[in-house]
Design a protein around this ligand. Structure first.
Ligand code: FES
Ligand code: FES
Length: 150
């Protein structure tokens, strides 16, 4: 299966129904994307496929053939992404386990609909946080929607 992973052409020979998360973590050793629920509910495993946020724990490898896959490791590879900066500015994470998924979901939403309102952006994020950092996530989202260019 050939696809682009964080800007690099890669080829993974394996079962086509293997969840993308397993391939990313176990084969490519990119461990920023986390395993939480395994059933598409929590969003800890969120990555972007052709710019769209997907829950990689239940996203079969066959769907990424020829696609651009971006993980948290690739998001800020060249320079820190504005979402990452907002997360730092608002000191969002506690344990951090859910946060790469949160950031990938928010950055995908912003790329698909630039200049959303705070409410529009919050409504698109259904990721869960066991540490309940939602108030700080909301503050970071508010900051992003107030910035001149994201
Ligand atoms: S681990 Fe994928 S949605 Fe929870
Ligand atoms: S920061 Fe701990 S689960 Fe979200």
């Amino acid at each position: 299966m050939k696809f682009i992973l964080n800007g690099n052409a890669v080829n993974f020979q394996g079962e086509t129904d293997t969840p993308l998360l397993w391939v990313i973590r176990e084969h490519f050793r990119l461990t920023g994307s986390k395993f939480g629920c395994g059933i598409g509910a929590c969003g800890a495993c969120t990555v972007q496929v052709d710019g769209k946020a997907v829950r990689s724990c239940c996203y079969p490898l066959r769907l990424v053939e020829g696609c651009h896959v971006v993980t948290i490791e690739g998001l800020g590879a060249e320079r820190r992404h504005p979402v990452q900066q907002a997360w730092i500015d608002e000191d969002v994470p506690q344990c951090g386990y859910c946060q790469s998924g949160m950031i990938m979901a928010v950055s995908a939403a912003l790329a698909q609909k630039p200049r959303p309102t705070e409410q529009q952006l919050i409504r698109q994020i259904s990721n869960l946080c066991r540490c309940a950092t939602y108030h700080r996530i909301r503050a970071a989202v508010k900051r992003l929607t107030q910035e001149p260019e994201v």
